[in-house]
Design a protein around this ligand. Structure first.
Ligand SMILES: *Cc1c(COP(=O)(O)O)cnc(C)c1O
Length: 361
């Protein structure tokens, strides 16, 4: 059941000076539901684990980027930008989200793609991106990708959305999401979580949930299941994202700085689900993908959803968390945009090889 569009997100009610300074474009079908993970209770070893259904955050394309784009797209409009330029891996959910949500909001989208392991999901992503009419540019290696992204961003009227869309403005979406969850807890829809588990890459979501927990006065620990290497995702990098996000919001909202005081929220990084690296399957991902399908009725994928469940199980079965309320924050879109007949023929020539490549999962 769809919620009516929100003219004012909870974060504007909590921090009124932001409302005057930060543009907002409603995109999310929020509040997203909170439910028990009953279907996979045997696998988790407990029947009292909850999930926040941000997989259903939009009927266009849900998941983790919708709440960020409520603030980024509004900023693009406020600056008079007329197109979006983003960057991600060949299987990037961010690129698919930008392609579909961007089109729905009236923006032409260009995306520069870097190499990552080819899975069935990667091939599906290229088709879904193409079906949305996005202009796909093959970057390949990181350097060439960075150069092509910078060049595409220079186009007149282009609004750039960098890797992970992890800027403070975008992260505001997950401070807002935490206020939404606090309202659901206050209404008795679910217990207050002691632990929140989610997959973490650029870590904007994790950092924002920490700040959100501090804002609502919860001592909740946020556990980031690392989906990329420890060189780019670690305590230091997350502390930096969190500090930058805190500074950005505090500069626009004295009530935010006052409410938090020295508190910044608590987090931990779980690295045991990564396997060989970003986008690669591990020995355990097939099993986790089957559980994801049991839980949501949708096929999962290797990069985020399977590894998040492996991290969730590790937490659920850890004696240190016995008796604690655990909540999985779902981040992968439940909606898989339709790929009309003939889409494969419309894939950019420089990316057609992806559709015929051998897959690792
Ligand atoms: C972007 C994304 C994440 C990771 O969010 P970060 O804020 O970059 O850590 C997790 N899951 C999905 C499906 C995503 O699209």
């Amino acid at each position: 059941m769809a919620n009516p569009p929100r003219s004012s997100p909870p974060v504007f009610d909590a921090l009124p000076s932001l409302a005057a300074r930060v543009p907002f474009l409603p995109l999310a079908d929020a509040p997203t539901a909170v439910e028990r993970c009953t279907a996979i209770a045997p696998w988790l070893g407990r029947d009292d684990v909850w999930m926040k259904r941000d997989d259903r955050s939009s009927p266009v394309y849900g998941g983790n980027k919708v709440r960020r784009y409520e603030f980024l797209f509004a900023d693009a409009q406020a600056r008079g930008c007329t197109s979006l330029v983003t960057v991600g891996g060949l299987a990037s959910t961010q690129v698919t989200a930008t392609a579909h949500l961007g089109r729905a909001a009236g923006f032409p989208v260009t995306a520069v793609l870097f190499d990552q392991p080819i899975t069935r999901w990667t091939q599906e992503a290229i088709l879904m991106d193409t079906a949305a009419g996005a202009k796909l540019v093959y970057g390949g290696g990181y350097l060439r990708t960075a150069w092509r992204f910078l060049r595409a961003k220079k186009a007149p009227g282009a609004y750039g959305i960098g890797p992970g869309a992890a800027t403070p403005r975008a992260n505001l979406g997950y401070v807002d999401a935490m206020l939404e969850l606090a309202q659901q807890v206050a209404r008795g829809e679910c217990p207050r979580p002691d632990v929140i588990v989610l997959p973490t890459g650029s870590s904007g979501t994790l950092a924002a949930l920490c700040l959100g927990a501090a804002l609502v006065g919860w001592d909740t620990e946020v556990v980031g299941v690392r989906i990329t290497s420890a060189a780019v995702c670690n305590r230091l990098s997350i502390n930096l994202v969190r500090a930058r996000t805190h500074r950005w919001i505090a500069a626009r909202s004295p009530e935010f700085a006052r409410a938090l005081g020295p508190r910044r929220g608590r987090f931990r990084v779980y690295g045991g689900a990564l396997g060989p690296g970003y986008g690669y399957p591990s020995a355990e991902t097939p099993e986790a993908m089957a559980q994801y399908e049991l839980l949501t009725g949708r096929s999962g994928e290797v990069t985020y959803s399977a590894k998040a469940l492996l991290g969730l199980r590790a937490v659920a079965r850890d004696p240190a968390y016995a008796g604690k309320t655990v909540l999985l924050w779902q981040t992968l879109s439940d909606v898989r945009p339709a790929v009309p007949e003939g889409t494969a023929e419309r894939v950019a020539p420089e990316l057609r090889w992806v559709l015929g490549a051998g897959v690792v999962a």
